[in-house]
Design a protein. Structure first.
Lengths: 321, 470
């Protein structure tokens, strides 16, 4: 395995439990599947396709992996119309232009004393190649990720927003960790990066892409995991408040809402509660802060009727009633 | 398949259980490619078999690629390992027995020993050696290819094959001979053997059923889906509703995806020289950034009129379902439902989940006796003004207006305004024009009149329409 000789990665990825601990030192509380996925991704050198609802920590996972392994995080945000000149490389046109301008005056000396047309053309050709060399190449995220000497974590965010053509273009990188730049040749990674692709499933991804990836689905966490996540993200939160918050949000997720509150919303809400020095949830307070959790007017209205019941149950879960 | 000597070493015989599990996974409806199989093997080399939870997570990461597939996978995994545990337990008992020959096949490394024929089986039966019997059964099952079972009708076939392979014939001969021998002891033994043979047959049938469950679920589903797609909508039963709903949604999504793709392709066109030069003024007119001519895409403006009267009631459910799915997939669509009169239902379809929407539509307007003239008149009053030369009008209905005035004049006016009118009729062509059917009166004003009684018809028609429109 090419990166077995990489000291940091090799030391820290010897078992799934180590991944688990490593991620938690970076502030990411992972479940077993997530740790297994990272572990496998490293050992099989396969990208991970992470799917799941918005706000469950897909992007955060990549950041945490990078922080824990002390690797640079290279992020590429996908959007409609993203093409290889923005994702892979671009020629520095301005610089090329500038150099041609400068060299314009020197053309005589370049061609030299040769009065033979064929000879001077040859010289010009050799000269032209310089303009399409590394010096004039502007590496974009994908190329940069491959060129990192110690490896990297490459985050390809919201791949479902990009076009199908772009998805096809990614295949070479994802399976062989190499890209082809026509003027220069094939660039392959010294140390294959850990690649994470995230998707919110706004469209179905192609089979070819899926086949090359490990597929990790992150759903909403159960109450115990969520409590751990909140406790790690909002340090100093009162234990009983934590229980109430999580229980409330968990119940809220069972309602028929347009957009269910995610972990990131729970974290925000917890921060709000800590700011307000709350220790016990009450109906009025919940009603006032509900807009932190729910982002649609219709959802807030739907939940509003149930607040009293939910709050009561949440208090019960924390042993307050 | 591992060589015989390796079978006893768990690590190197590892690929066999994996291979069988992959088959189970495929049977359950997962699409597992060969490359993914290889990945799974590589992943298992890293993870190992010892930790069941890690094993489950690992294979799930490699094999199942959608939430639906994850659910299927979990089910298949649990089912398979329950099955394996049963077989494994018996095999363990057998290994301790140590009387059997080694047989290279399979992960159990268990004995086979049935090659000798009936006597071995009758011995096992006489001794009531359950572990030995179970192993023999598994082996015979594998040899007769029970994992290839696909339909429940094959249950008896495979049961018989396994029994024969285990040496049922020899046992039967033996009991026959014992009975003919006439000694009391012989007859007693014969009765005992027969009873145990019967018990064995039950066990074998059980094994076959388990295999059917394991390997053939996906196929049965597929078979059923194929059947549903080409069944007449009016003949579908209530219990198929759920499955049908899934199919309808899939179909609509497929159509929408395909349609979006063609739209996209048209976005790449010829070089627009004028705009390219203009854009590159900053670089002294050297074209670094190219601008392409774009063909303006006309979105198909759809207006769909759906009959929900009593005569097409069994179909209306599915038509509405399809309408609902289309509504989700396409942006510019207005939907109407009619029986005696006509109302717009775009709002209902947009805002409510499918069951409630359909229920609401059926309760407000459904089940009446249809009056096409009236419905068309309603349409002309309310919505004719929105029909432009870019609008495609689709009418779903049997054109049976209960002998009311068909008002073909309205349809004539509509056909002049609209780009196209398509009429999808759920009745067979031979029924058109009979009784109160006005189909042939309406037909001259439609660009296309076609039979549409199965999901497949529906898909084909809509797909043609979308392609023509884009």
């Amino acid at each position: 395995m090419p990166n077995a000789d990489h000291p940091i990665a090799a030391r820290q990825l010897t078992s799934i439990e180590e991944v688990d601990q490593g991620l938690s030192t970076a502030g990411y509380i992972a479940n077993r599947q997530i740790s297994t996925a990272i572990y496998l991704a490293h050992h099989l050198q396969k990208p991970i396709l992470v799917e799941g609802p918005a706000g469950v920590g897909k992007t955060e996972l990549a950041k945490s992996v990078a922080a824990w392994l002390e690797l640079p995080l290279i992020r590429m945000q996908c959007y409609e119309g993203l093409d290889e000149s923005k994702a892979l490389y671009e020629w520095k046109y301005g610089k090329q232009l500038l150099y041609t301008q400068i060299l314009k005056d020197k053309i005589g000396s370049v061609i030299g004393e040769s009065d033979n047309l064929a000879v001077s053309l040859d010289k010009l050709h050799a000269f032209g190649d310089i303009f399409f060399s590394r010096n004039f190449l502007e590496p974009r995220p994908l190329l940069r990720a491959l060129e990192q000497p110690a490896g990297a974590v490459l985050l390809i965010d919201e791949i479902d927003k990009s076009d199908q053509e772009f998805e096809a273009f990614l295949l070479e990188i994802l399976s062989d960790y190499q890209v082809t730049v026509p003027e220069i040749g094939t660039v392959s990674a010294q140390v294959p990066p850990i690649v994470l692709l995230t998707s919110n499933s706004t469209r179905d991804l192609g089979d070819a892409l899926k086949r090359r990836c490990l597929h990790l689905h992150i759903g909403f966490p159960d109450d115990r995991l969520e409590e751990r996540i909140i406790a790690s993200r909002v340090p100093g939160i009162d234990k009983r408040l934590l229980k109430q918050l999580v229980s409330f949000v968990q119940q809220l997720r069972s309602l028929d809402l347009k957009k269910l509150p995610s972990v990131s919303e729970t974290i925000d809400w917890a921060k709000v509660m800590v700011l307000l020095h709350t220790t016990v949830l009450d109906v009025g307070l919940v009603r006032d802060t509900l807009n932190v959790l729910l982002k649609f007017e219709a959802d807030i209205e739907a939940a509003d009727k149930q607040i009293a019941g939910l709050t009561h149950k949440a208090q019960g879960a924390a042993g307050l009633v | 398949m591992p060589a015989g000597t390796e079978a006893a070493v768990p690590r190197s015989s590892a690929s066999e259980p994996l291979r069988r599990f992959l088959q189970v996974a495929r049977g359950a409806g997962l699409r597992v490619s060969a490359a993914e199989g290889i990945d799974a093997a590589r992943a298992l080399d890293v993870i190992g078999y010892a930790d069941r939870v890690a094993l489950k997570d690992t294979l799930g990461l490699v094999l199942a690629k959608t939430p639906d597939e994850k659910a299927l996978y979990n089910e298949a995994f649990d089912l398979y390992f329950k099955h394996e545990a049963l077989a494994g337990k018996d095999a363990a008992g057998d290994a301790a027995d140590g009387r059997q020959h080694r047989h290279g096949e399979g992960e159990q490394g268990g004995g086979e020993g049935m090659g000798a024929g009936g006597s071995a089986l009758s011995e096992l039966l006489a001794e009531d050696d359950r572990a030995g019997l179970a192993t023999a059964m598994e082996t015979a099952g594998r040899e007769s290819g029970v994992e290839n079972i696909r339909f429940f009708t094959q249950k008896n076939l495979y049961t018989r094959r396994i029994m024969i392979r285990m040496g049922q014939g020899a046992v039967e001969e033996e009991t026959e001979a014992l009975r003919l021998g006439g000694t009391a002891k012989g007859i007693e033994r014969a009765a005992m053997l027969e009873a145990r043979l019967e018990r064995l047959r039950d066990a074998v049938r059980d094994l076959v059923e388990r295999n059917l469950l394991l390997y053939a679920r996906g196929e049965n589903e597929q078979f059923r889906e194929e059947m549903l797609k080409s069944a007449r909508l009016s003949n579908l039963e209530r219990r198929d509703l759920e499955r049908m709903r899934v199919l309808v949604r899939q179909m609509a999504r497929k159509l929408a995806a395909r349609y979006a793709k063609t739209r996209h392709r048209r976005l790449r066109g010829q070089l627009d020289i004028r705009r390219t030069l203009r854009k590159n003024m900053g670089w002294g007119g050297i074209p670094f950034v190219t601008v392409w001519k774009q063909k303006r895409i006309e979105k198909p403006r759809l207006m769909v009129l759906c009959d929900v009267s009593g005569s097409v009631a069994p179909m209306a459910q599915f038509l509405l379902m399809f309408l609902y799915a289309l509504n989700e997939a396409l942006s510019d669509i207005r939907s109407f439902a009619y029986s005696g009169s006509l109302v717009e239902v775009s709002d209902i379809l947009e805002k409510q989940p499918v069951e409630q929407a359909i229920e609401k539509i059926m309760s407000t307007i459904g089940m009446g006796s249809s009056n096409y003239g009236n419905a068309l008149a309603d349409f002309e009053d309310g919505w004719m003004k929105y029909v432009t030369n870019k609008t495609t009008v689709i009418i779903l209905g049997d054109a049976r207006g209960n002998n009311n005035d068909p008002r073909t004049d309205i349809l004539a006016r509509l056909s002049q305004r609209a780009r196209r009118i398509l009429w999808l009729n759920p009745e067979y062509r031979s029924m058109w024009g009979s009784g109160d059917s006005d189909m042939y009166r309406y037909a001259p004003f439609c660009n296309l009149v076609t039979v549409c009684s199965t999901l497949r018809h529906l898909e084909r028609t809509i797909s043609d329409m979308l392609e023509a429109a884009s």
